[in-house]
Design a binder for this molecule. Structure first.
Ligand SMILES: NC(=O)c1ccc[n+]([C@@H]2O[C@H](COP(=O)([O-])OP(=O)(O)OC[C@H]3O[C@@H](n4cnc5c(N)ncnc54)[C@H](OP(=O)(O)O)[C@@H]3O)[C@@H](O)[C@H]2O)c1
Length: 320
């Protein structure tokens, strides 16, 4: 009996040590990088000191425009890069007038050929670029099975890889060399929560976002010693054209609310949901995976997304 209780004591001691170790290793850093650091201390990264200019892709709307406004507010001059020249000119004037900074625009379609990067390189030559926000991204109009998507619009799947992966790679290749020479610079890459949780029926989109996370992580390791900060930002839903959510809420904030929060995490987290409710959502999904199994979590998400697909198809039918 005594021996049994002694063994029980040892086993409970081991269990408590393992839980304690996991709390110290994972939970405390999570709390610091998502809550205490950003909200109580605030980002120590001075973006205005990285260089005179910030370059933002997909910057006429949504999250990209919100980044542009926040960077202009900090006094950076901007290069806005998007598809529609009219929208670019309107946003450039709006931000330039409000914050009194110079704003240049480049109209390119990131689903076009690689020659667009020659044009971007030429039009930004000689600028002291300290911040690059690789924000442009496109997604499915509604969740769909891979083969249905491929058979109806194979070009779209090529376009999504061009806009979401090639843009990040090539834009980084254009602006990283200048940052390396100066030994300072910040690259912010827009990934998505879709890239870190199960995301069936948006498989190509979520895979492109998983690429952004992995690329950012390894790039950060390569260039940290050169003074470069690389951050991968993984939003959940944000109220923009892409999400088709019009009314902001706690779990789908306005782009302005989201970006202010994401910028406060700079320097605390290199891979981040960028916004506390989205970080909690990721945490719940990861805990579900750990406690109830990955397959259980996948099935829950699949059921949910199948519901979204059904509603979207019904809406489409009504519109025809
Ligand atoms: N909104 C969300 O819920 C959410 C969630 C997770 C991740 N994200 C990611 O956040 C990023 C921004 O998303 P968002 O919701 O802000 O998007 P959005 O509101 O749809 O805005 C997209 C921006 O990109 C530009 N753009 C679109 N296609 C382009 C192309 N082929 N070439 C050049 N520019 C193009 C648009 O400009 P024009 O209209 O002038 O072409 C616009 O300025 C994306 O990478 C997205 O994957 C968004």
């Amino acid at each position: 009996m005594d021996e049994n209780s002694h063994l029980l004591k040892i086993l409970s001691g081991i269990a408590i040590s393992i839980v304690g170790f996991q709390i110290c290793r994972k939970v405390l850093p999570w709390i610091y990088s998502n809550i205490l650091g950003p909200q109580l201390v605030g980002s120590s990264v001075n973006l205005a000191k990285m260089g005179d200019w910030a370059v933002i892709t997909g910057s006429t709307d949504g999250i990209g425009k919100a980044y542009a406004r926040e960077l202009a507010r900090k006094g950076l001059k901007l290069v806005l890069i998007s598809r529609s020249l009219d929208k670019l000119k309107t946003v450039a004037k709006e931000i330039g007038d409000e914050f009194g900074v110079e704003v240049r625009v480049i109209d390119v379609d990131f689903t076009a050929g690689f020659e667009i990067y020659d044009r971007i390189r030429q039009e930004t030559a000689g600028l002291d670029v300290g911040v690059l926000v690789n924000n442009v991204g496109i997604s499915y109009s509604h969740p769909d099975y891979f083969l249905d998507c491929y058979n109806t619009n194979p070009k779209f799947l090529r376009d999504i890889v061009s806009a979401n992966i090639h843009s990040v790679t090539h834009m980084t290749a254009i602006f990283l060399p200048g940052m390396v020479v100066k030994r300072k610079g910040v690259v912010i890459n827009l990934s998505s929560t879709a890239g870190v949780i199960p995301n069936p029926l948006l498989s190509v989109y979520s895979s492109t976002k998983a690429f952004v996370n992995k690329f950012s992580d390894d790039l950060q390791t390569e260039y940290k010693a050169h003074g470069i900060l690389v951050q991968s930002v993984q939003p959940g839903f944000v109220a923009t054209n892409m999400s088709k959510i019009r009314k902001p809420s706690v779990f789908a904030p306005s782009p302005q609310t989201y970006v202010k929060s994401a910028l406060s995490t700079l320097g605390f987290a290199n891979q981040t949901a960028g916004y506390l409710p989205h970080a909690l959502l990721q945490l719940v999904i990861h805990l579900t995976e750990a406690l109830l199994g990955e397959q259980f979590a996948r099935n829950v998400v699949l059921k949910n997304i199948l519901g979204t697909r059904k509603r979207a198809l019904r809406r489409q039918e009504k519109q025809q």
